[in-house]
Write a protein of this length. Structure first.
Lengths: 112, 117
């Protein structure tokens, strides 16, 4: 089983729609959680952290369910510019230190 | 401020040749990471350094891969000999001491796209 799993998509949605991505992780010792965004042929960039109580940043809402080992990202009122791949990232403590493990990403295409 | 700088941006080589990828982290960052990205496997951590010392190299696929960080401003990832299955985008990333891995904020370079024929 992969350490971090995501539905690869693509999710094709019309502009203005609400879309949600899910992510599951296998290591219960995972300590912290993040969403990154990666545009086509570009490098990944941090979108937002995911806090236990859930958190919002404008149109983006992230939630964490430690019991189910599940993370989500909700995008409201989606824009054309939201088209990208969204990567779920988990910080896992290993024998060698901390390790940021990336999911393979979920592709979002927002259309007119 | 300059971000993470990687070179070359693109490399096409033949199987069996040596490949050297280079990275300059952001000044003042004490963690440096090498990741490999493919469509099938996504972003995989190969190795990371803290204060120029390799901390976890468990992701290095095999002995053909080696990485060094001779000083705080430079790192190399070498593949010798290269094989077609090494074709991927190789990213270098760094993070700052006051951020650490707990914040999850890695600053990535633009990547080196490697094609091995």
């Amino acid at each position: 089983r992969k350490e971090v799993e995501q539905d690869p998509g693509p999710f094709n949605v019309p502009e203005g729609a609400t879309v949600a991505f899910n992510c599951t992780y296998s290591n219960s010792a995972s300590q912290s959680f993040f969403w990154y965004r990666q545009d086509c042929r570009k490098e990944p960039k941090l979108l937002m952290s995911v806090y236990s109580s859930g958190n919002e940043d404008g149109r983006f809402t992230a939630q964490l369910n430690r019991a189910s080992q599940y993370i989500s990202l909700l995008i409201r009122d989606s824009k054309l510019s939201d088209s990208a791949t969204y990567l779920c990232v988990v910080n896992i403590r290993t024998g060698g230190g901390n390790k940021l493990t990336f999911g393979t990403g979920t592709q979002l295409k927002v259309e007119l | 401020d300059a971000g993470v700088i990687q070179s070359p941006r693109h490399e096409v080589t033949e199987m069996g040749q040596e490949v050297t990828l280079r990275c300059k982290p952001i000044s003042g960052h004490d963690y440096l990471f090498w990741y490999r990205q493919t469509m099938m496997r996504g972003l995989e951590l190969l190795i990371y350094f803290n204060n120029n010392v390799p901390i976890d190299d468990s992701g290095m696929p095999e002995d053909r891969f080696s990485a060094k960080m001779p000083n705080a401003s430079f790192s190399t990832l070498k593949i010798q000999p290269s094989e077609p299955r090494d074709s991927a985008v190789y990213f270098c990333a760094s993070t700052a001491p006051d951020r650490g891995l707990g914040t999850g904020e890695l600053f990535f370079g633009e990547g080196s796209r490697l094609t091995v024929l």
